[in-house]
Design a protein around this ligand. Structure first.
Ligand code: GLN
Length: 272
């Protein structure tokens, strides 16, 4: 039985290699291609709850994982001659996973902050975002100051939580963006503070919501890849890949593609 499976896998690998150029991405599992079985791997930690950067879907860029970050991770792997592997975990656990060597790098729409920079090294930034407020279409919230005395929901460990904390407002923290947005849809809170591109996705996927921006209250944030402090060899490799993708337009193309794509799959798959 095992032998049969192996034979099938090799046969399948042959077929996939022939069709690889035609269909782009096949199964990314290491057993299916004889070639990648021998390849070294680079493991990226992510939290696949953050469309359009990372979400779970039936056929992703790296296994079941898709999004801007996943495509970037795959390309970094290719540039290093390694296979990119994803370790999906809670956002709060990502940097700890770097500490204990569970992952080589973290790619998770992660904002470079002074606090994070103290303990980890960050790559060249590849995306600029900001926090925004998602509210019901008929909401009277027009600025961040209007959130005072409103029921605010944030996502635990995100920079949005820090922003609301710094403003001195009380809030409730949820583990997932989809849960936070559901709370708003169900009228159990007045506003969700979350990153701009992800907010656009959630507003597109749910009726009756809109985005309110306040650039005087929320600063620009830059997303970058985190590595263990002092791991300059890996950081240099990652930086040269990112620079290439910024220069040749890959990052802008990916952003446009995934912002446009129906990533609702992501919200439904983690709805349970
Ligand atoms: N940019 C936010 C942060 O770094 C949220 C990132 C995310 O949820 N993946 O905290």
């Amino acid at each position: 039985m095992k032998k049969m499976k192996k034979f099938l896998a090799i046969a399948l690998a042959g077929v996939m290699m022939l069709s690889a150029t035609a269909c782009g991405s096949g199964e990314s599992s290491n057993e299916t291609t004889g070639d990648s079985a021998k390849k070294e791997t680079i493991t990226f930690g992510t939290n696949a709850e953050f469309p359009p950067f990372e979400f779970v879907t039936s056929e992703g860029t790296i296994g079941e994982f898709d999004g801007i970050d996943m495509a970037i991770a795959k390309q970094i792997g290719e540039d290093m001659g390694k296979e990119a592997v994803i370790n999906n975990m809670e956002f709060d656990s990502l940097l700890l996973a770097l500490d204990n060597g569970q992952v080589d790098a973290v790619i998770a729409g992660m904002t470079v902050t002074d606090e994070r920079k103290e303990a980890y090294d960050f790559s060249t930034p590849y995306y600029t975002a900001t926090q925004v407020m998602i509210v019901k279409e008929d909401s009277d919230i027009k600025t961040a100051a209007d959130m005072k005395d409103k029921k605010i929901v944030v996502i635990q460990g995100y920079t949005g939580e820090t922003c609301v904390q710094d403003m001195g407002y009380s809030y409730e923290a949820f583990k997932k963006g989809t849960e936070a947005v559901l709370e708003l849809v169900n009228g159990k809170c007045d506003v969700v503070v979350i990153d701009s591109a992800t907010a656009e996705k959630f507003v597109g996927d749910n009726e009756g919501l809109k985005i309110v921006e306040d650039s005087s209250a929320f600063e620009a944030e830059e997303y970058a890849i985190a590595v263990k402090k002092g791991n300059s060899e890996l950081l240099n490799q990652i930086n040269s890949s990112i620079q290439k993708m910024l220069d040749n337009g890959t990052v802008s193309e990916l952003s446009a593609k995934y912002l446009d794509m129906d990533t609702d799959d992501a919200s439904s798959s983690d709805a349970e």
